[in-house]
Design a protein around this ligand. Sequence first.
Ligand code: ADP
Ligand code: MG
Length: 601
Amino acid sequence: MKDIVRLLPDSVANQIAAGEVVQRPASVVKELIENSVDAGATSIQIILKNFGKTLIQVIDNGKGMSPMDARMSFERHATSKIASADDLFNIHTLGFRGEALPSIASVAEVEMKSRREEDELGTLIRIVASELKEQEEIATSKGTNISVKNLFFNIPVRRKFLKSDTTELRNITNEFLRVALTYPDIAFSLSNNGTELYNLSKNNLRQRIVNIFGKNINSKLISIDSVTELITIKGFICHPQFAKKTYGEQYFFVNNRFMKHNFFHKAIMEAFSGLIAADAIPSYFLYFTVDPKMIDVNIHPTKTEIKFENERDFFQILLSVVKEALGKYNVMPSIDFDRDGDFGYVETSDNPNYSPKVDVNRNYTPFNYSTGISYRDSGFEHPKPDKVPANWESLFEGLTEKQESEQLVMPEMLASNSPFLQLRGKYIVTPVHSGLMFINQKRAHERILFEQYLKNLTDQKIGGQKCMFPETVELSPDDFSLVQELRDDLEFLGFELSEFGKSCFAIYSTPPNFSYSKAKDILVHLIDYYKTTEGNIRTEMKARLALSLAKAAAIPYGYVLDIKAMSEMVDDLFACQNHNFTEDGKAILYILKFEDINTWF
Ligand code: ADP
Ligand code: MG
């Protein structure tokens, strides 16, 4: 019998490696930027076409490559960064495995121009699916200019499984920002289809953060600077009042590398506990420096989780460092943080003394606008009268006993003159056939609005509610382009927006029923919520938009409802397709059974 063990051809081996290293356009962006950083570039330009699917081009002014190095860089395990196993314990570069370029070149068409300072002419090299197509001398500027075209052109399944444009772009900007936040002394730019998304000049860290997240963040940053024997922690945390409900501005870096670390995240959450709402997440940008021996050096390049040796000690240090910084801030609320940039202008709402607490008017009911518009005249199409029975008994006539006994399946019979009671501005309580029903008013309203919004999104345009004063909202370039992309849908929902300056929108009207929230907050909430949920189908997006809007618009806890408003709300709730759970799966109502009450006595 013939021997059957063979070495895989390089092109196949590269494709297999690519499966790990190159998962999506964002992975290519990450690898290429890291190479530019390793090459000592002080300026890195990233140009995308079609969200990286057609082109990812990275231009740097780093040290460049000789023609021979340029050719070698596409060989597997070819790296200039380590020469022996010992070097593994002393790595100062981001890459060292020599896998990225050959992997990328096995699943795309790559063209690279590179020149070292000392060479008069540079080299051009073209590789398609691991095959060298040409290499020649050319005139080119110092540094490296690499274009990765038609990623996965030769692996249609991979191409097919790429996510929506927004999702791929978001992944790219995530990778981009992680590097940009690590190297404020390098200038970066990022553009897609000719639109500039980021243009970050060489700066200090505070200004880099401000350039990325908008000038509003400046006054919220509390600086951290702690040196202990074990670990150095520098960077910023954000003031608790500005903690968001969604993830997005949580950054840990260790030895100049972005990392995810749930355990350390918990330390921060603990330090903030009591200062922020239970479901809020503080923003932070923290840079650790530790002895490389304390962390697992042999980490996989695509992994962002990093293993530490003294995790518990670090946890304690981090906790106390953050607590101390927060404490310092609290006793000196008007302190001018070590401003290292020229940011004299501070908006009133960014004043550290500004309290975003909701000012609850205990007598206010959202169902009785002073304009005379009632809860049900809010511009939506209302359930047809025949769908809203005068009392619930008529609706459930003929129900089998089984159906009736299933808690949560069907609403219980409500007497036409059932009394309603509001408990601590949070629950509507009313007797039903089988006991006592508790309805969470905010969740109920969320469900009602969700179904209304969703219906309107698929039916007709919603008439917006004019803002008394147009509000402007400044967004990060990322969010700005997201809003541009969602604009049609937002306008469909009743938003009226116009671009106002570089990454700013003016809001002229909002969807109806929002009178107690700031237009700006609704939009920001919507973007945040949208960003943290995945998916790419348009209808899904509408459902999500409807849900985000419903969440933003639902009456907050603490609002006093009068009997009429409660009764209307309960009616509307039971006219919904699902009245038991909110769209994101939270229970809306609970029935305390008569039998259970009996057992008390
Ligand atoms: P690694 O970064 O792990 O060494 P890569 O496949 O990413 O492996 O790159 C291979 C080699 O090509 C690098 O070690 C480096 O010598 C060279 N190289 C890659 N990109 C650049 C660049 N932008 N400028 C200069 N040299 C580069
Ligand atoms: Mg590399």
